[in-house]
Design a protein around this ligand. Structure first.
Ligand SMILES: Nc1ncnc2c1ncn2[C@@H]1O[C@H](COP(=O)(O)OP(=O)(O)OP(=O)(O)O)[C@@H](O)[C@H]1O
Length: 236
């Protein structure tokens, strides 16, 4: 696909934590409406890639273009306002606030954010738990709330960090179905995952990261046809 159709284009991305270089020159693209995963072992650089796109990791070089606009040099709030939402691995639910209060917090960054009703339709478990505090939610409900919350602000490009982590298989399936529904609604999604089966159940393409670089890229069909190609990288 030609460069000018990419929604996100990352080129030679390098990033540092103090003196330590975590990304060594990452390059990949995400086209509008696609769901792309970043897969790789612990410490490969997946989360750092998402945090670099968001400008949370500030010491970064190379190029990150979103809708043609360069994000390197921009602050996190400016990046969010371009229409990029980030759901971190730690989920960031406000423990003492109810589900409804957690959902009321995000600022409107773009028009077209999901209404509370639309969110409760996508995540029916949350409707039943609307008055429950963050601490009373199961891990799966917390993950759903973390995703639901970023849908409030109107962003159409979602960065999701390991939504399946620590969840029972039946809950992982449910979250997979919800993510597929978001994709069907036109959201573009970049997803960090270590759970290969989950990644295969939702993605169009996969970008494999090792030691801060991209070592392979493949479509979901290519992955299904040759699972060993990726299992070697993941060490499973
Ligand atoms: N806050 C930090 N300070 C210093 N080094 C860090 C920090 N966060 C991550 N690193 C290092 O950067 C490298 C990439 O880590 P990153 O978290 O991006 O990996 P990952 O692929 O997302 O793995 P994981 O699934 O374990 O988060 C690792 O070597 C890690 O130790």
């Amino acid at each position: 696909m030609p460069t000018d159709t990419a929604l996100l284009e990352v080129t030679d991305l390098r990033a540092w934590y103090a003196e330590s270089q975590a990304l060594q020159g990452i390059g990949f693209r995400v086209n509008p409406g696609e769901l792309v995963t970043l897969i790789g072992r612990n410490g490969a650089g997946k989360t750092t890639t998402l945090r670099s796109i968001m400008g949370i990791v500030k010491n970064r070089k190379g190029s990150i273009r979103f809708e043609g606009n360069e994000l390197i040099g921009k602050r996190t709030y400016q990046i969010a306002r371009q229409g990029i939402a980030y759901c971190p691995e730690e989920r960031g639910i406000f423990a003492s606030l109810s589900v409804r209060e957690n959902l009321s917090l995000p600022p409107t960054l773009k028009s077209g954010g999901m209404s509370e009703d639309a969110l409760f339709e996508t995540f029916p478990n949350l409707r039943a738990r609307a008055s429950s505090r963050g601490t009373q939610l199961s891990g799966g409900e917390q993950q759903m709330l973390a995703i639901a919350r970023i849908l409030r602000n109107g962003c159409r490009f979602l960065l999701l960090d390991e939504p399946s982590e620590g969840l029972a298989p039946v809950v992982v399936k449910e979250i997979g179905a919800q993510i597929r529904r978001l994709k069907a609604q036109g959201y573009t999604i970049l997803l960090v995952e270590q759970n290969l089966n989950f990644a295969r159940s939702v993605a169009d393409r996969h970008v494999v990261i090792e030691h801060g670089t991209v070592v392979d890229q493949l479509t979901n069909d290519e992955l299904s046809a040759d699972l060993n190609r990726v299992k070697t990288y993941l060490g499973v």
